[in-house]
Write a protein that binds this ligand. Sequence first.
Ligand SMILES: Cc1cc2nc3c(=O)[nH]c(=O)nc-3n(C[C@H](O)[C@H](O)[C@H](O)COP(=O)(O)OP(=O)(O)OC[C@H]3O[C@@H](n4cnc5c(N)ncnc54)[C@H](O)[C@@H]3O)c2cc1C
Length: 420
Amino acid sequence: MSHYDILVIGAGPAGLAAAHAACGGGVRVGIVDDNPLAGGQIWRGGPDRQADPRAQSLWSALRDAPNVTFLPQTRVLYSPEPGQLRVQSAAASDTLRFGHLILATGARERLLPFPGWTLPGVTGAGGLQALAKGGYPLQGKRVVVAGSGPLLLAVAATLKFKGAHIVAIIEQAATPAMARFALGLVWTPAKIGQALRLAAQLKDVPYLRDSYVHSAHGDGTLQSVLVQRGHGRELETLQCDYLACGYGLMPNVELAQALGCATASDGAQTVVDADHFQQTSVLGIYCAGEGTGVGGVDLALVEGRIAGLSASGQIVPAQAEFGERARWRKFAASLARAFALRPELATLAGDDTIVCRCEDVAHGELRTHTTWRCAKLQTRCGMGPCQGRICGGATEVLYGWRPDAVRMPISPARIDTIIA
Ligand SMILES: Cc1cc2nc3c(=O)[nH]c(=O)nc-3n(C[C@H](O)[C@H](O)[C@H](O)COP(=O)(O)OP(=O)(O)OC[C@H]3O[C@@H](n4cnc5c(N)ncnc54)[C@H](O)[C@@H]3O)c2cc1C
């Protein structure tokens, strides 16, 4: 059983910043991530291979620090008792003991059902981006990128760079809301630069605002999508090989919930409750990055620094970061306002549209139930391998349900781990 003074779960920007801030004091730091390489979502493929200098400098400092251990391909499954986590790596399972724990488990995409969304060729927006970054061939493929949020631009730019032909970007947010958001960027000039770079890379790609995918069509595999342009305007058909569609991000809060940390919901997202020092409702457990609310890489980095400094007892330097965090939280709030989901998205699924993809449960079966628990008991919705990670986000938007319990293990585990 290994012991770490500070154990960080998640090696994305928040986790790396937390580990870096904490390790200066000489404490023993462990970083756990279920991917083979550090970097999380935005720095997928390894922080040392990114153009962002922050990724490179964080990683080189952590790699060279003798008191930091990185545990890749290691997934947290449950907590056998306070101060311990049971983990599973590619080769074995182990129990890690910790003094302080920092949760930096990030977010996942929100996927919403519409007729045809289970056709081969339809993926999440970040999902297709992750595949492309991992070497999936898209050269010459026609791709429609759809859903909501600035992530669509980053996805389109990655796919274009990998040789795909981007047919269009379909954004559900309305033009006035996006214009207000763009004006607010004056407070975060770095984001203006990023937006201009993306606009230049995508200058020949149609960007259809106030629009959303109504349905996807094809004989066995995706061939076209039907796009609704604004209120009551005509439907337009776009021919494509892939549809990469995601409606923003949802914080990964399951591990925090399993450890007894309080969460809160503002209707749009469920987040881990954290105080000024990023400490959760459980003493000694901190949370940083997208788990406390979706806000982008800059907010993840500053929250990670505060969590790492606080957990290692460096209170004054942690307090010095509060102003920077407030600035990025303001940005996060304007992002949420601008890209709030329109009600029509909850009306697209037909009775035979699958909502729970693991257990093949359709909208027609689900809409007669009143709660997540009731639907789970009667239909097996949310009881497959993803344990509601995908359909939970959809049923929240479609029916207003909130998953009410987290089961152990929180991720699928090998039978030998469970026996051990
Ligand atoms: C699919 C996707 C693609 C994205 N692409 C971009 C992009 O191109 N550009 C951009 O600006 N932003 C992108 N984002 C947003 C970006 O992730 C955030 O802005 C920010 O980087 C989040 O940092 P983080 O450290 O909080 O989380 P993340 O970067 O998500 O890191 C969390 C890490 O924790 C690990 N983890 C979670 N649970 C466990 C567990 N139980 N056990 C072990 N490890 C665990 C995850 O595998 C992950 O590596 C993307 C988000 C998603 C979901």
